[in-house]
Write a protein that binds this ligand. Sequence first.
Ligand SMILES: Nc1nc2c(ncn2[C@@H]2O[C@H](COP(=O)(O)OP(=O)(O)O)[C@@H](O)[C@H]2O)c(=O)[nH]1
Ligand SMILES: [Mg+2]
Ligand SMILES: [Zn+2]
Length: 296
Amino acid sequence: MTQKGLVTATHGRHAVVESQDGLRRLCHFRGKKNEVVVGDHVLWSTSEDAGIIEQVQKRTNLFYRSDELRTKSFAANIDQIVVLVASDPDFSEEQIVRALISANSQNIPAFVALNKSDLHVPFERAKEKLKHYPAMGYDVLPLTLTRDSAVNPEFTDRLKNKISFIMGPSGAGKSTLINRLVPNAQALTGEISKALQSGKHTTTATTLYWTDSQRTSALIDSPGFQEFGLNHIEPSQLADLMPDLKEYNTGCKFYNCTHLHEPGCVVRAQVESGLISTSRYKIYGQLFNQLSTSRY
Ligand SMILES: Nc1nc2c(ncn2[C@@H]2O[C@H](COP(=O)(O)OP(=O)(O)O)[C@@H](O)[C@H]2O)c(=O)[nH]1
Ligand SMILES: [Mg+2]
Ligand SMILES: [Zn+2]
């Protein structure tokens, strides 16, 4: 008999599947290829030692990255992406831009959470670095995750009734966030690691955690985004996927303007007037060139 289930962790050819009663079980894939990702709704059946995943149900979305050699799926059926960075260690704006472009290309809403607001001087510097983002539609919510302060209620409100994919560089506070918001997070991580026999690799396996006992809100913890490849995106699509550039994108003299060197370019004029940030424009140019050369 087959049952419905939700994939909550994967490692190699194994997956942890949660059935509707909330129980999590180790499952194997039936096919040759490892085709399920965290967040997938599946049909599975019981066998002697572990469940067998029979079928993956249609996805509303699949969040992935792609470099020159391969595509790596992060998660499916997610409601939003939380880009978590901190005042310290300093973060790369390019990594944030890459994550937001990718989210946008897959129509997944995203916002930024800036952690470690208790570190006042670096926090102000980091906030300054992100000052252009709210105006282009990406809120930047301040956070402090240390034990002695409550988690920003505006932040926790945004997580309600959603499946949120948390991504951010190492040291930003992803594990701290999971431990603050997920009851028994550590025990759960241990169980999953034991079931998947992934041992010390568990911290690099994507995992879904419910933050409430009714299982309505979930966080998906994933490894860092150091190598966030955008090879699934055409260079000519980039400006449309950056809301600040998109706003002026259609006013250029040439319909196929790359905004890099053409005369009559409105995007470049807005960079000069200060309406588009120079750092974002510079990152746009770098990504445009990278995607143009890696393709041919
Ligand atoms: N000062 C300060 N430190 C924090 C805060 N949140 C997390 N940390 C610390 O930052 C370090 C990295 O956090 P961790 O959760 O391991 O980051 P991860 O690599 O993203 O999982 C740890 O030493 C945390 O205790 C915060 O709000 N303020
Ligand atoms: Mg961590
Ligand atoms: Zn232009």
